[in-house]
Design a protein around this ligand. Structure first.
Ligand SMILES: O=C(O)[C@H](O)COP(=O)(O)O
Length: 254
């Protein structure tokens, strides 16, 4: 089995402003680009230069994948980009500041929408900004599957076919396989790999730009539950910051 590396993209323009992003296609900040380059160096130093690279279809992930591949020294490999690895569609929350949503709807609802397994935020209306069903970038996806909001359970259901059909074959072929995705598409994958209970899922936070290594058995069960971050103290600090989003206003901190 090849080694699996999971990576959330570098800081995006909307991460920096603490806005719910979802399928909104924003770019990386200069800091996010540097973080991506540093991830490539970390992978090279750890002897984990990817043989295969999979990314979501969103620019912040494809750009991260490209920068990581270049700085790790990956040569001539195509980056496979697919909508099934996209961030959770955050419905009507997309574009709103996290602390404003917390204030308006209260802590219980905010936590449910953000971190529970089953709850989905209110959907965007048909034809409203955020409805991607007529977006030519997703013309290859079945129209009925394109979401207007999603729970983590919904993300899991649309992500797993890609995992089994595209990523697992690379791992079974012995390839070091990098998957560049998002806070919630990676939460869905980690929760699946680690066979997390519903009670464990809300406590799972994935920091930006911290490579997470998984070595899997033939049955695809992790040899170490939770995987191993290449830089564990930095990853723990960054995950705590992600968990606190919304509870600290971006205007106060930046
Ligand atoms: O889409 C977003 O808003 C962020 O990428 C991730 O959000 P979350 O960590 O608040 O779920």
């Amino acid at each position: 089995m090849g080694t699996l590396i999971l990576l959330r993209h570098g800081e995006s323009a909307w991460n920096a402003r603490h806005l719910f992003t979802g399928w909104t296609d924003v770019g990386l900040t200069a800091r996010g680009e540097q973080q991506a380059m540093r991830c490539g160096e970390l992978l090279r130093e750890a002897g984990l230069v990817p043989d295969a690279v999979h990314s979501s279809a969103l620019t912040r992930a494809t750009r991260t994948a490209d920068l990581v591949a270049r700085s790790a020294g990956v040569r001539g490999k195509r980056i496979a980009a697919h909508w099934r690895l996209n961030e959770r569609h955050y419905g009507a929350l997309q574009g709103r500041e996290k602390s404003d949503v917390l204030k308006e709807f209260g802590e219980e609802r905010f936590r449910l929408w953000r971190r529970s397994y089953d709850a989905a935020p209110p959907p965007v209306a048909e034809g409203a900004p955020g409805d991607v069903s007529d977006d030519p970038r997703y013309a290859y996806a079945p129209r009925t599957l394109l979401p207007r909001t999603e729970s983590l359970a919904d993300v899991t259901a649309r992500l797993l076919p890609y995992w089994h059909e595209a990523v697992v074959p690379d791992l079974r072929a012995g390839r070091t396989t990098l998957v560049v995705a998002h806070s919630n598409s990676l939460r869905a994958l980690v929760a699946h790999l680690d066979r997390m209970s519903r009670q464990e899922v809300p406590g799972l936070n994935i920091p930006t730009a911290m490579p997470l290594r998984y070595d899997l058995g033939e049955d695809l069960a992790p040899l170490v539950r939770g995987g191993r971050y290449l830089d564990p103290p930095a990853a723990a600090a960054a995950a705590a910051e992600v968990a606190a989003e919304g509870f600290r206003s971006s205007r106060a901190t930046r």
